[in-house]
Ligand binder design. Sequence first.
Ligand SMILES: NC(=O)c1ccc[n+]([C@@H]2O[C@H](COP(=O)([O-])OP(=O)(O)OC[C@H]3O[C@@H](n4cnc5c(N)ncnc54)[C@H](O)[C@@H]3O)[C@@H](O)[C@H]2O)c1
Length: 264
Amino acid sequence: MGALDGKVAVITGGASGIGRATAVRFAAEGADVVIGDLAPGDDAVAEVEKAGGRAVYLRTDTTSEDDCEALVAAAVDRFGRVDVGVASAGIATAAGPSNVQTRAGDAANATHVVNLATETFERVLDVNVVGVMQTDRALARRMVAQGSGSIVNIASSAARIPLAGAAPYCVSKAGVWMLTKVLGLELATTGVRVNAVGPGYTATPMIDGIEQQPAAFASAMSITPMNRLGRPEEIAAACLFLATDESSFMTGQMLHPAGGQFTG
Ligand SMILES: NC(=O)c1ccc[n+]([C@@H]2O[C@H](COP(=O)([O-])OP(=O)(O)OC[C@H]3O[C@@H](n4cnc5c(N)ncnc54)[C@H](O)[C@@H]3O)[C@@H](O)[C@H]2O)c1
């Protein structure tokens, strides 16, 4: 018996990192998985199948509302329903590299708000906030009609920790956190729950190479009492809890698998 036997899960950002580990874990727990990502998903689908599950990949840009609607429609077409949605698609900076690494090498404060280009700010908010809203909205429309469902948004501990040089990311993740609370409230009596996971620094392609960059790694560990990176599987475990009825009395909450952040 798996925790998600007979369930159908839609996962954005499922081709890589936390989304991919979540897809594999959900499949191992019995779910059918639909992966939406800008990046190719063949490897992720193969990994899900290796875990004993069924998976479908649809190229999805979460900044497109049509793509988000099509992703949920694809899940319904293929598997008949959608029980769980995980919004993991996200970016760290408009240019791509992680903000912790960018900030560590930013002696001229080029990433600070006083030097920030508006389009840089907008791009991160577009993917990380508008993309999550559009994903959640497509999921919620279907789940409310079904009368059941669980939505899990991947925010970040950066939703609660201001990081100099990371205004776009921090603001975007605070936005995901507030969106989670508002949507959880709006859907509280519908049978659809909405929660967030706010990971700390996690070893995924987003922060690839950080352990070889002493200044960036020291900066990350300075706010991580366990003094190590998280594994994507550890974040997936928190997603699993929120996806299942084990968390049936929780909505509008954020869990922090974050190596001891917020203990102070
Ligand atoms: N890795 C960390 O340290 C960390 C910490 C806290 C929160 N997070 C959050 O976790 C989530 C997953 O990140 P990750 O660490 O697995 O990184 P990742 O780069 O491995 O995965 C992110 C995935 O999102 C996809 N993506 C980006 N923009 C997209 C778009 N517009 N439409 C569809 N897909 C898109 C990428 O193609 C990629 O596959 C992100 O929201 C990230 O902000 C990561």
